[in-house]
Structures are given as structure tokens and as C-alpha cells.
Design a protein around this ligand. Structure first.
Ligand code: 13P
Ligand code: SF4
Length: 348
């Protein structure tokens, strides 16, 4: 068990240069308290790669991308799992391991992709395109997953599509991920209007297409442009550019690598590059710099995820102290959603 002074030392080794020292001191106190509470309450903390550096390096027992955290959540044996990520992730953890108390430190940690589509929209899509299996990005609510044949994450989307014996698939709700996977797998794509009552596509057109998308977007990755890449390339001609597949297709195409957040971290650690540009939530680059002390990692910090930023050390401490905010999922919806997540997790 570390004392507050030891915790400060550990955090200082990782975070000096990234965070002012007075802030490291403040955060070290909170980190020590949270780690003590975890022991007292038999709790673990799962932290998404976008968590702020002191939380990511100080209190998370496991970190990772959505797929890795699904596996961690399913295996968890502690009484309490505190999910430091956004709501759809915590909900997925509860669905995968319903006997644990799953907590999320803030009730304001949504996701623009998850809120872009409803279960009713999925039912209408299925009526419009009968027989086409529904592939749903994990960034979605439980009732949407319940209408789904199989889920996918940014780490396995192409594999999930390849596992289906189908000429046409409904791939929702991230239009850009769908376009990026369609490009990777050589498929066509159409995206119906969001208002399905007035959808203008005819069945003749539908039959020729392989991917039926949905106009959902990540409000963070939607903001990266090819001009951003050109600007950085002009300054650093040898820069290696990494873009998350939630970025617009022209941005993903202009990058040197595109993959899940953990795939990006692995790539940064493995590649020998003069400079690296990460087109994703800015905190992740901070976490990599804290771990590897690589000074060649560039990021665009004007584009931040306001939902991930809701998860703070203060609220994580309160989550443990007050056993709040507990994730609940309706049993019938959870059972159907679990089937679509389980099918995804069986794919290697
Ligand atoms: P990853 O599964 O790649 O971590 O992505 C989750 C996410 O929400 C990225 O914006
Ligand atoms: Fe959702 Fe985008 Fe935030 Fe990821 S970065 S949680 S996709 S809004």
C-alpha cells in the first residue's frame, strides 16, 4: 500500500512536464484516497485510453480500448467495477457481468454516436432492408444493441463484417466508421436519411449496395480535416500520421495508420519516427507521452471529448464513497444486447 508521499513520487515520475507540480501534488492526494477506497470496497477501476493522465496512470487497474475493456469487464470478480469512460461502455460492462455493481462517476458522460440512433430507427431500417444482418458499433445504447445481430468496435469492425455470410449489411450508427470499413473491405455504401419516414432510396438502389450506413458522427473526430494533416506535414515532412477510424474517410485515407485507440498506442510504441501526429482525443497522447517520455508525439488539443472529460478523480472518489451512479439495464434488453456483444467477442 503506497503512502501519499510515495503516490506523489510515482505520479511525478510519470507526469512531470505534462502537468504542473502543484497539480500533481493535489492529484496524488486524491489518487492515494481512491486506491485506499478500492481496497476497502473490493472495487476495481477500468479506465478508457482517453482518461486524463493522473486517473489513467494513478488509479485505473486496467486500461484499454472498448474491446479490451469488454474483456476486462466480463472477467471482473470484484464486488464493484467503477467504469471510468462513457456511459455506453459502463452499460456494456454491466451487460457482460450483471452480478457486479457497475458504477460510472458522472451521469453526464454520453456520446454523440450513441445518441444519434434509437431502437425504433433500427427496427425501421430492418423493415426497409429485410434479411440484412445488423452490425452495430459498440458506441450505442443497450436497446439499440438489443436490435442487433452482432456488435463491433473500432478494433474488430472489418473482421466482424468478414465473419458474416451476407452480401448486404446494415452498419450503424457511425457513418465514417462504416465508410472506412467499406473502403477497407472493398464494399459500396449508402446512407439513408436520418428521417426514415421520408427516406428517398428505392429498393432498386438498395439491392446494388453492400453497406447500409447511418448518419451518426463522433463530434470529436468529425473535426479533423485533411488540411490539419497538410499543415503538420508542411512543418514536419517526415511526420507519421495516425487517425482513429471515427475520422472522416478522407482523413483516414490521408493518414499513415488507422486503428482503435489501443492499436494506435501500440503503433506509436513500435514505430521509429521523427514525429508522430495523433488524430484522436488529446488525453491519449498525454498518456502515451507520460508512459514512454516520447517527445515526438504531436496532437491537436483543441478537439476534446466533452463526455470523457466529465470523468474526474474527484467524481471517481465520490463514486466509491457513495456507491454512485449505479448502472441498471432492463433484463430483457440486457439479454438481447448481450447476445450481440457475445457474438462479437467470440471473433478473434
Ligand atoms: P476505441 O474502442 O478505439 O477505444 O474507441 C472508443 C471511442 O469512443 C473513440 O472515440
Ligand atoms: Fe463518443 Fe466521440 Fe467521445 Fe468517443 S470521442 S466517446 S465517439 S463523442
Amino acid at each position: 500500500m503506497e503512502t501519499a508521499a510515495q503516490t506523489y513520487q510515482i505520479l511525478q515520475n510519470k507526469l512531470s512536464g505534462l502537468i504542473p507540480d502543484f497539480e500533481i501534488k493535489q492529484k496524488a492526494e486524491l489518487v492515494a484516497e481512491i486506491n485506499q477506497l478500492k481496497r476497502e470496497k473490493n472495487a476495481i477501476i477500468l479506465g478508457h485510453n482517453y482518461m486524463e493522465p493522473a486517473l489513467y496512470h494513478g488509479v485505473a487497474d486496467y486500461t484499454g480500448d472498448s474491446l479490451e475493456l469488454c474483456h476486462r469487464a466480463k472477467e471482473a470478480e470484484s464486488d464493484i467495477v467503477v467504469f471510468c469512460g462513457v456511459e455506453f461502455m459502463a452499460e456494456t460492462a454491466k451487460i457482460l457481468n450483471p452480478d457486479r455493481t457497475v458504477l460510472i462517476p458522472s451521469q453526464k458522460a454520453g456520446c454523440s454516436l450513441a445518441s444519434s440512433i434509437t431502437a425504433n430507427d433500427v427496427r425501421k431500417l430492418k423493415k426497409m432492408y429485410p434479411g440484412a444482418p445488423v452490425v452495430t458499433y459498440i458506441n450505442s445504447n443497450a436497446d439499440v444493441k438489443a436490435e442487433t445481430d452482432i456488435c463491433c468496435t473500432s478494433g474488430n469492425a472489418a473482421k466482424v463484417v468478414a465473419s458474416l455470410d451476407a452480401d448486404r449489411v446494415i452498419f450503424i450508427p457511425d457513418e465514417y466508421l462504416a465508410r472506412n470499413v467499406a473502403r477497407e473491405t472493398g464494399k459500396n455504401i449508402i446512407v439513408p436519411n436520418r428521417n426514415l419516414e421520408t427516406n428517398e432510396f428505392t429498393s432498386g438502389q438498395q439491392l446494388e449496395q453492400a453497406f447500409i450506413g447511418w448518419p451518426g458522427k463522433c463530434e470529436v473526430h468529425d473535426r479533423f480535416t485533411v488540411d490539419d494533416i497538410a499543415d503538420v506535414r508542411a512543418q514536419h515532412p517526415n511526420v507519421v500520421v495516425l487517425a482513429h477510424p471515427e475520422c472522416p474517410p478522407e482523413v483516414a485515407a490521408a493518414a499513415d495508420f488507422s486503428g482503435s485507440t489501443s492499436a494506435m498506442i501500440k503503433y506509436v510504441k513500435d514505430v521509429d519516427a521523427e514525429h508522430l501526429l495523433l488524430l484522436t482525443e488529446c488525453s491519449m497522447a498525454d498518456n502515451i507521452i507520460a508512459e514512454t517520455r516520447q517527445e515526438n508525439v504531436l496532437r491537436l488539443c483543441s478537439h476534446r471529448c466533452p463526455h470523457m472529460a466529465q470523468i474526474t478523480l474527484e467524481d471517481t472518489k465520490q463514486a466509491l464513497l457513495q456507491t454512485r451512479y449505479e448502472i441498471q439495464v432492463d433484463a430483457e434488453i440486457a439479454a438481447k444486447a448481450k447476445a450481440s456483444i457475445d457474438r462479437m467477442m467470440e471473433i478473434h
